[in-house]
Ligand binder design. Sequence first.
Ligand code: HAM
Length: 419
Amino acid sequence: MKIQSIRGMNDIGESEIHLWHFVENKIRKLSEAYNFFEVRTPVLESTQLFKRSVGDTSDIVEKEMYTFTDRNGESLSLRPEGTASVARAVIEHNWAFETPGLKMYYLAPMFRHERPQKGRYRQFHQFGTELLGVEAPHADVEVIALAHALFQDLGIHGIELQISSVGCETCRPNYKKLLQDKLAPHKEKLCEDCQRRFDTNPMRVLDCKVKSCKEIAVELPGIVDHLCATCVTHFNGVRDGLIALQIPFRVNPKIVRGLDYYVRTAFEFINNDETLGAQSTVCGGGRYDRLIEQLGGKPTPAVGFGMGLERLTLLLETRKQELIPKVDLYCVVADEAARTRLQQVCFKLRSAGLRVEMDLQPKSMKSQLKRANKLQARYSLILGSQELEKQMALLKDMSQETQIEVPMDTIEKEILMRF
Ligand code: HAM
């Protein structure tokens, strides 16, 4: 039996990797411009960490984690998201205490046992940011601005920013009660999941994908009209901040994030065309002011987002071809006597930073030049025993279709001059 990759876990090969590098480079550059630094945490964490942060009743913890018992009998899980791990690390190393306004980002694989489809995988990659220690709405605006700027930078248009507030421990219980009152007469029409969550998390009905729940959800009140004064002030601050930066947004009072740690601001960047199939959310985030404390740290307000790299690259598919790097020089071995000398040329020019290619086993001139064309080489350098005798090589400009003779003893200089 052939061994194959695990369902929902993808290989990223030559045809895609250049697009990934393009996206990752933009992310790193922009994160640096916002003065976020990269944090790397382990892929495996104690299962308890996710139960206590993402939440026991969330889909992620209930149904989607890759959990196993290791050789010491400890329950471990592959991380389904990055916020919990960052929070754990911050507490463990006292980072937030040392730097108020701590700004971190990660580019890392996450694991969720979901039903795979376009834009939804079991191993996927997130660009995430976490900003800790600042309660002011300017922190929310800072992370939202970073996500917005990335879409601009990548040339991805037509993404809508939707924001909401999910309230706090003061106002949310009242809203929850209101929802339960409104939902009670329809309880038996709710899907199994929503019926089960009626007591613990009735807000999940608002973003349930089941038709009967959707019909009920349309009639439900949104939380933004039921916020306490502090949450209203905060939400207005976020809106004003976004307006000041001219970042367009729409208030969608029905945003319900699938993770339990959120308070106040919740936001999503949504792609509305067909490119992502049913998976239209490219980026999701919000505030989690209580999480650090819940995990045993000092009270530390925080806000962040996660962005799916597979979804980002799907949106950039049409650019795949143009992002394949072109070869600077292709060395053509006209006959075997010249191979070693050409490999020396390659060695030197590569150290000087040029992208240089050469076949490593005998091939006809025709097939070598064909490959040089395929790799869109700017120049090819042809060397055989005739040229070796004269100590002159042929340098061919592939786009101009012109060629000149260049002396072998200054060949590297001659080529470097052209770049
Ligand atoms: P999330 O909404 O669960 O939030 O995930 C964030 C993003 O990760 C989604 O918008 C999507 O682009 C991508 N994503 C999620 N699941 C999959 C999947 N199965 N396949 C492909 N892409 C996926 C979080 O994870 C929070 N930790 C975000 C956050 C950071 N909030 C505050 N700080």
